[in-house]
Write a protein that binds this ligand. Structure first.
Ligand SMILES: C[S@@+](CC[C@H](N)C(=O)[O-])C[C@H]1O[C@@H](n2cnc3c(N)ncnc32)[C@H](O)[C@@H]1O
Length: 281
């Protein structure tokens, strides 16, 4: 008998307390399982060609703007991923922060791509101040200075819809800045960390590994809740941390990571409240 049928039988015949006990026993056993390492024993080198050349089409307006403005993110081939994550919100975005300015290439590209947004650039180099123009504003300071970052958030009106960290590329700066600024995103904001890993002298993937931890929060499940409760779990009971409730996704690509803010689980409109549940205040 396969495990699904066994599970079905258990649900039919065992009382609730016995099902809970069985679930806890299985979960405890799983904790001791070694981490799976995939070896793909049946993989072939001669895979069939797909009808497209790359997972994301390079024929898009952001690639065209990349060719026009030539920001450094173009040569890293980040623009397809930006297109994928930004295309649907392009005209709604109002506040964009890019950490690391250097030239006006990137901020001008974003200014044109997001026609209704103010683009805030942040750089440690005072020479960048002269690049403020049109809808682009510049803050001069150090991205590892939390007091400065708080000041930037305040001056920009309290939140950003998009934050891009293309600054020092130092692991400790990437992590401090993320810790300080992820909560400064608007409700469904997107935080991007460019240049992670070996390409910036972090072959141990310290930033990537730290951001992997966000996945545990995306997948948060309240202790003691049953799998079958999920359609009625429209909010988490107390015990869920801020990040459990506010991180809805992480996307890793080669050298670039996107972390999505949202309402977990409230973004799912199909959920119903648990019987008798009171929203936590
Ligand atoms: C790679 S460049 C930015 C390129 C630009 N975003 C683009 O796409 O064309 C990195 C910038 O980060 C700035 N930077 C370095 N350390 C910094 C720090 N601690 N705080 C803020 N900016 C920093 C540098 O001055 C430099 O201008």
């Amino acid at each position: 008998m396969n495990i699904e049928r066994l599970r079905g039988r258990a649900k039919e015949h065992l009382p609730g307390w016995a099902q809970d006990l069985a679930r806890r026993a299985i979960a405890a056993r799983r904790r001791w399982l070694p981490h799976a390492r995939f070896v793909f024993p049946t993989a072939r080198e001669d895979s069939p060609a797909s009808p497209y050349g790359f997972p994301i089409s390079s024929h898009n307006p952001l690639e065209e703007l990349g060719a026009k403005y030539l920001p450094t993110k173009r040569i890293h081939n980040y623009l397809p991923y930006y297109w994928m994550h930004f295309r649907d919100i392009r005209f709604e975005v109002r506040h964009v922060l890019e950490i690391g300015v250097q030239t006006d290439r990137s901020i001008r590209m974003w200014e044109e791509f997001f026609p209704n947004a103010t683009i805030y650039g942040l750089d440690i180099d005072p020479a960048c101040e002269r690049l403020a123009d049109g809808r682009c504003k510049i803050f001069i300071g150090d991205q590892s200075d939390r007091a400065f970052l708080n000041h930037v958030v305040e001056r920009a009106g309290g939140h950003f819809d998009i934050i891009i960290d293309d600054g020092s590329h130092r692991v400790e700066h990437q992590l401090t800045t993320f810790d300080a600024l992820f909560p400064a995103l608007s409700d469904h904001g997107i935080y991007v960390v460019e240049d992670t890993g070996g390409c910036v002298g972090d072959p141990g993937l310290a930033t990537v590994n730290a951001l992997k931890g966000i996945v545990d929060h995306v997948m948060y499940w309240p202790r003691g809740f049953r799998p079958e409760d999920w359609p009625r779990l429209d909010h988490f009971p107390s015990g869920a941390s801020w990040v459990d409730r506010n991180a809805i996704g992480v996307a890793f690509y080669r050298w670039i990571v996107f972390v999505m803010r949202g309402n977990n689980p409230g973004d799912n409109p199909h959920l119903k409240p648990l019987p008798g549940a009171q929203p936590d205040t």
